[in-house]
Design a protein around this ligand. Structure first.
Ligand SMILES: [Zn+2]
Length: 450
């Protein structure tokens, strides 16, 4: 790497000192304050730190921290990798990550969806990874459409190689202005934000309607009859079987314009990844659930964009066992609680997929700043999957969740704290789903994960 200019070197060094002081005084991991100090002294520091490195930026509503970790693990096969492992995913966090690994030839940066255009421009990253876009806290569909539109503008006329999930219509639209896209098919379990064509606003036909939205189906969407057939909608040009019926699973197409799913070259097929040459590889990873198998496919496609073949990347993915405390277990008095983080409706679906159906589950919901103050999103989640197992509800906004579960006719017990909920469990394992600050509270109160 070429030497940084003197001012940038100084800004970078002072930033690292501030980060060290922040950690030493117990004010967090220091990655944000360190980056802020560096940027205050040299506003162009991120651009300078990014120069001469091969960078991947990773953005999505869900899974970006985990996927960043998986790609980082894979690329370590090639050399040192700078990364923002603590989820500080705005420019100050990026400065801190690159500054603390000055000589790393590679960088993998998790990027907040809103900051992505700015960070693409500043870093000139060669690879951008786009996975999913859905409502998060109070963000609604119109706002995520605006985000995707900003991604499109940021990718125009750049020599960026984008790795994108073809199964998410909004992501496909957001990525489709890029000069080069590797499309991956990793599914889209949460479809509630993608019933309309992002290009023209017309209805989207969806194949493989395996998910039934809470409260029934959105208008214009195929509803399978008891005999498995799909009634044709009036005026629908769709093929045999009516709207969606002529489409394979995960496929989608606008009924009113030419926008449709791009042809993917990588696929997630159950527990297997299919690479662009059609070769199948068992996804032998330690992280649980379908969402993490999807993240692993995205990581493998990204690794290949860096010249790393599947056979070398895959064993590296298996080394990742937990990410920022997710999927780890905390223990107290013979009870082992496995921690799952779910911050928005799509995240709850992913967490439900990981739950052990034989175990009780503790749900904890807060509504502090990082969670979003408004808990109305709880009503977007279909909780009926929890019926039939012991459910405990806690957290600062436990009454909001309790009302929602009551309406969904899911039996539960209300407990005043996570500690109480854990104490009433029999000895053994229990699953926990918590949103952001609830998750952090449990981690800090119950100490190091085991
Ligand atoms: Zn359309």
């Amino acid at each position: 790497m070429t030497q940084l200019p003197l001012r940038a070197q100084l800004a970078s060094a002072l930033g690292r000192t501030a980060a060290t002081l922040s950690r030493a005084t117990g004010r967090g991991d220091g990655s944000v304050i360190g980056g802020r100090v560096g940027l205050a002294l040299e506003p162009d520091l991120l651009r300078k730190l990014a120069r001469d490195r091969r960078l991947a930026l990773v953005s999505a509503t869900n899974g970006k921290t985990t996927t960043t970790r998986l790609i980082t693990s894979a690329l370590q096969e090639l050399g040192d990798v700078a990364t923002n492992a603590f989820g500080a995913n705005m420019p100050a966090g990026h400065v801190s990550a690159l500054s603390s690994a000055k000589d790393a030839p590679y960088g993998v940066l998790e990027v907040d969806e809103k900051y992505l255009p700015e960070v693409i421009e500043t870093t000139g990253a060669g690879v951008v990874v786009l996975m999913n876009l859905s409502r998060d806290q109070m963000d609604r569909a119109a706002e995520i459409w605006l985000l995707a539109q900003k991604w499109r503008r940021a990718l125009v006329a750049r020599n960026t190689h984008v790795i994108a999930n073809a199964d998410d219509p909004l992501v496909a639209w957001g990525a489709s202005t890029a000069a080069r896209v590797t499309w991956v098919s990793v599914g889209q379990p949460w479809k509630e934000d993608s019933w309309c064509c992002p290009e023209c606003g017309g209805p989207l036909d969806r194949g493989g309607m395996d998910y039934v939205p809470p409260g029934g189906h959105a208008p214009g969407v195929a509803v399978r009859q008891a005999d498995g057939s799909v009634p044709a909608a009036p005026g629908s040009p769709a093929g045999p079987g009516g709207p969606g019926g002529g489409l394979a699973e995960n496929d989608w197409a606008c009924r009113e314009c030419s926008f449709r799913r791009p042809a993917p070259s990588w696929f997630l097929d159950g527990d297997t990844v299919v690479d662009p040459r059609g070769q199948r590889w068992p996804l032998d990873i330690r992280l649980p659930g379908r969402a993490n198998r999807a993240n692993a496919v995205v990581a493998l496609a990204t690794a290949e964009a860096f010249g790393l073949p599947v056979q070398r990347a895959l064993p590296r993915l298996a080394e990742v066992t937990s990410v920022a405390g997710r999927y780890t277990t905390v223990e107290r008095e013979g009870r082992q609680a496995r921690l799952l983080l779910a911050k928005n409706p799509a995240g709850w679906l992913e967490a439900f997929d990981v739950l052990d159906p034989a175990l009780p589950v503790i749900l904890s919901v807060n509504a502090q700043g990082p969670d979003g103050r408004d808990t109305s999103w709880l009503w977007d989640v279909d909780y009926r999957v929890l019926r039939g197992r012991p459910v405990y509800v806690t957290g600062e906004r436990r009454l909001d969740l309790a009302l929602r579960l009551d309406v969904a006719e899911v039996p539960f017990q209300l407990t005043e704290s996570f500690g109480h909920a854990l104490a009433v469990q029999p000895q053994g394992k229990v699953d926990v789903i918590a949103n952001y600050t609830a998750f952090q509270q449990i981690r800090s109160e119950f100490g190091r994960a085991v």
